[in-house]
Write a protein that binds this ligand. Structure first.
Ligand code: PEP
Ligand code: CO
Length: 460
């Protein structure tokens, strides 16, 4: 295979910013290339094994986080709260499904955004769209919207410090299962979700006391004391990715690794078969994702898969379907059928966010919790009908008490959207809405498990 870390430059590229100062850009890329990798090849290989298990239906994938991380809101409390909701959701899912949950955050690198329009017009003034803090600034003035190469280094630094804290949380005691009650966020307390969560937490604590009596404790059992947590983002800025693409110098195993995150994905707008993004991704050894939107043709998908995973290796490729609640059955089914027919091994993941974005009557971009739930249900239905595996979910969510998505048991109404609308891009689920969805998912997973057991007992 002819590939190098910069071969993508010979292919057409979409969504790449227009930098006016090319010398500064090149200097910044050189500087980035000197920086240490953010992740280590062995972790990346381990995630591939975990995702192979997802593709087989032996684990469930939970991927989520901000639509766009922001420099301004980059602080320990925000990272901690998002991590806590993640842990809570994972516990609910593990409890419901009896499957290990693979946790991948849209954290520590999700700083660049593809946009449907390159320009934004407000009151007759046209400026370049905001494309994420790694590229330009959200403020609506000419200077802020100018792509600035220095932001690449800033994004690297922020990602490094986020990852450092996440590693500390994951292995330094916060993820210890005996602390399960402490993961509750204050503003969720007293709600129905918190009550349901408490019940699960009590059952887990009981089981832990029993195991403790048998000699299995957090101090002698790593799995009770720590968790594995991985990072991911959309690989939009290929110059950033190229600068951080490295060989594994420890095992000296052949191959190149993107070291900006454990997993990278290609967005729905940049997944062209002959485009730069597919070219770059085909050469790295990381597990990769491909967003699959309603315009993706099944034959095209098969060609993309064959290019990205020519050896059909399990764990290499996760397909993240984002069809919209109304079209999930119609659009997803032919893709799943084509993948099955061609004997291709992929993990199927449902992103019920990006096909369900609407404009509220007061102008806010929002999503209805009901639509999100419906798409998840539709995703499970398609896989059930085709006897395929619904491997996981991909959410935009936060640990903060935001009002960005409407609906849920503790209804956020359209009129509440202005209260705490903080997202830098798409509307996210708040912690209550995230937990509510985790319970729905757990129910779907229990149903699926029961159906599989029934089918198995019929066979035997
Ligand atoms: C995203 O995940 O934030 C995104 C832009 O998704 P998509 O490429 O599926 O539109
Ligand atoms: Co988004």
């Amino acid at each position: 295979m002819k590939w190098s870390t910069n071969s993508w430059q010979e292919f057409p590229i979409k969504q790449f910013p227009e930098y006016s100062d090319k010398a500064k850009l090149s200097e910044t890329e050189k500087e980035l290339a000197k920086r240490p990798p953010l992740v280590f090849a062995e972790e990346v290989r381990r995630l591939r094994r975990r995702l192979a298990s997802v593709a087989e239906g032996k684990s469930f994938l939970l991927q989520g986080g901000d639509c766009a991380e922001s420099f301004l809101e980059h602080n320990a409390n925000n990272i901690r709260d998002s991590f806590k909701v993640f842990l809570q959701m994972a516990v609910v899912l593990t409890f419901g499904s009896s499957l290990p949950v693979v946790k991948i955050g849209r954290f520590a690198g999700q700083y660049s955004k593809p946009r449907s329009s390159p320009v934004e017009v407000i009151d007759g003034i046209e400026l370049p769209s905001y494309k994420g803090d790694m590229i330009n600034d959200m403020a609506f003035d000419k200077l802020s919207r100018e792509p600035d190469p220095i932001r690449l280094l800033k994004a690297y630094d922020k990602s490094a410090s986020t990852l450092n804290l996440l590693r500390a949380f994951a292995s330094g005691g916060m993820a210890d299962l005996t602390k399960i009650q402490e993961w509750n966020l204050e503003f969720v307390n007293g709600t129905k979700e918190a009550e349901r969560y408490e019940k699960i937490a009590e059952k887990i604590s009981e089981s832990l006391s029993f195991m403790n009596a048998c000699g299995i404790t957090p101090s002698n059992t790593l799995q009770l004391r720590e968790t594995e947590f991985y990072t991911s983002h959309e690989a939009l800025l290929l110059n950033y990715e190229e600068s951080l693409t490295r060989k594994d110098t420890i095992t000296e195993e052949k191959g190149w690794f993107a070291t900006s995150a454990h997993m990278l994905w290609i967005g729905d707008r940049t997944r062209d078969l002959d485009g730069a993004h597919v070219e770059y991704m085909k050469g790295i050894s990381n597990p990769i994702g491909v967003k699959c939107g309603p315009t993706l043709d099944p034959d095209e998908l098969i060609k993309i898969i064959e290019k990205l995973n020519p050896l059909n290796q399990p764990g290499r490729l996760t397909l993240i379907a984002r069809m919209g609640a109304k079209n999930v059955f119609k659009n997803l089914k032919p893709l799943v059928q084509a993948v099955k027919k061609n004997g291709l091994v992929v993990g199927w993941c449902c992103d019920p966010m990006h096909g369900n974005t609407i404009k509220a009557s007061n102008g806010f971009k929002t999503r209805k919790v009901d639509d999100i739930m419906d798409e998840v249900k539709g995703f499970f239905d398609v896989h059930s009908e085709l006897e395929s595996i619904p491997g996981g979910v991909h959410f935009e969510m936060t640990g903060q008490n935001v009002t960005e998505c409407v609906g849920g048991i503790y209804t956020v109404k359209e009129s509440n959207l202005a209260d705490r609308y903080h997202t830098h891009c798409d509307p996210r689920l708040n912690a209550k809405q995230s937990l509510e969805l985790a319970f729905l998912l757990a129910e779907l997973l229990v149903e699926r498990r029961k159906k599989l057991n029934k089918d198995l007992s019929k066979v035997s």
